[in-house]
Design a protein around this ligand. Structure first.
Ligand SMILES: Nc1ncnc2c1ncn2[C@@H]1O[C@H](COP(=O)(O)OP(=O)(O)OP(=O)(O)O)[C@@H](O)[C@H]1O
Ligand code: SF4
Ligand SMILES: [Mg+2]
Length: 393
């Protein structure tokens, strides 16, 4: 294939591709990487009712340096009960998440099991029905305002890679079909170029052309994840949610897949939201990191700042468990008391107060606000109220 036939991402030239991407208005504002807006309900108690959609807020302005702008995103799942299946409450899986993601970078999302990482990723991609509240601007367009047709087209541009590469691959389809199915459906390449296009993508993902006719069960876990990555990349996306993409793999294979993701990011200027339990992997791959607890981001910043200088008591506890590869250094592990509360009935005030060793009286009643403690480093904790006040004076 001649180089002139390739677009800037190295794939076959797809004339319609960029008309399919969600290009927004060209306004620019001076927002920091992380917008410090506070959830509307955060005025004392964690309200127990469905919130009104940001009606009192100014529309989120598009900033072209960000592929993704998320403001106060909420996703509640109704809890049904009784014969009439009445809604008796809500699982507040995502309860006011705000961040911006720069093009071509990776944001790591960490936190204990059940804190809402997957739901955040799925809600951004509009894969879980309606959102409960907030804004999700992708290339300046509100994802939840797209028509069915626009959303269908936008799917090529926003992809997801799942944790379990086996269950996400159809066992009855040969690999070439799995990778090419959506390419065909979206008519991304002319018929005559289809085979070359798929071969090219498979090659970029470390797969051989003869793998096309084989079935998923004939591959190892690492190869299956390569197939999933190839399937996502075949659609020429700009943004990929990677939901625990290596946790089901052997440690030796994890590094290969992480390196593959990094190489592909460099080649195609991809942007990743990288969800993982593994803090070492997140540190290795991410430019920025968000720490989630019970549906909220409690800390966010550049990877170096978060790992070298964690501020939130929850982040400190989480990071204290990272092994230090130096036998002379004694680890000071902070063990969290109690278990993670139910997102259907989160504690009032600071949601972390039931487990926090530094809990103060006001933590039990007042919801802390997000504060920028050093440039680009945000934390949601009352311990920093005075520091923020002092720097404002
Ligand atoms: N479809 C759903 N219906 C009801 N509750 C849900 C649904 N999906 C997720 N939840 C709940 O929302 C909360 C957040 O779940 P989520 O899967 O986002 O967590 P997670 O951080 O990805 O966890 P893990 O690290 O285990 O993957 C959990 O309490 C979960 O039980
Ligand atoms: S606000 Fe209070 S309870 Fe919450 S993390 Fe900070 S110190 Fe702990
Ligand atoms: Mg998950």
């Amino acid at each position: 294939m001649a180089d002139s036939d390739k677009n800037q991402k190295g794939f076959t030239q797809l004339p319609e591709m960029h008309s399919k991407s969600l290009r927004g208005p060209q306004s620019f504002n001076e927002h920091a990487d992380f917008i410090t807006s506070q959830p509307a309900e955060s005025k004392g108690k964690n309200a127990d009712k469905m919130p009104a959609e940001n009606s009192d807020k100014a529309p989120l302005e598009y900033d072209p340096q960000y592929i993704l702008q998320v403001r106060d995103l909420k996703k509640y799942f109704p809890i049904k009960d009784g014969m009439l299946s009445r809604t008796v409450g809500y699982v507040k899986a995502v309860d006011g998440v705000t961040f911006n993601l720069k093009r071509g970078t990776t944001m790591g999302l960490v936190g204990e099991s059940g804190c809402g990482k997957t739901t955040t990723g799925r809600a951004i991609l509009r894969l879980s029905g309606d959102k409960t509240g907030g804004d999700v601007l992708f290339n300046g367009k509100e994802v939840y305002d797209l028509t069915k047709k626009e959303l269908h087209d936008a799917r090529t541009n926003m992809q997801i890679i799942f944790q379990d590469p086996f269950s996400s691959l159809s066992p009855r389809m040969p690999v070439g079909e799995i990778i090419g199915e959506a390419v065909r459906e979206h008519k991304l390449v002319p018929k005559a170029e289809f085979d070359d296009y798929i071969d090219n993508i498979m090659d970029k993902c470390g797969l051989q052309p003869f793998h096309k006719d084989r079935y998923p069960h004939e591959f190892s876990g690492g190869q299956r994840q390569r197939i999933c990555i190839a399937r996502a990349l075949a659609l020429n996306p700009e943004f990929v949610v990677c939901d625990e993409p290596v946790s089901a793999l052997d440690v030796s294979i994890q590094a290969q897949i992480i390196n593959l993701l990094k190489d592909l990011q460099e080649q195609f200027n991809l942007t990743y939201l990288f969800i993982s339990h593994d803090l070492s992997v997140v540190e290795h791959i991410s430019d920025t990191v968000g720490v989630m607890y019970l549906g909220n981001l409690v800390e966010y910043g550049e990877t170096d700042d978060i790992f070298r200088n964690p501020l939130h008591p929850y982040t400190k506890a989480l990071f204290s468990a990272i092994p230090i590869p130096d036998p002379t250094v004694k680890m000071k592990r902070i063990v969290l008391e109690g278990s993670i509360p139910s997102p259907a009935n989160p504690p009032e005030g600071c949601k972390f107060h039931t487990r926090c060793a530094q809990c103060m009286e006001k933590c039990k009643h007042e919801v802390p606000v997000q504060r920028e403690i050093e440039p680009g480093h945000y934390v949601v904790c009352h311990l920093y109220d005075d520091a923020a006040k002092a720097s404002a004076e």
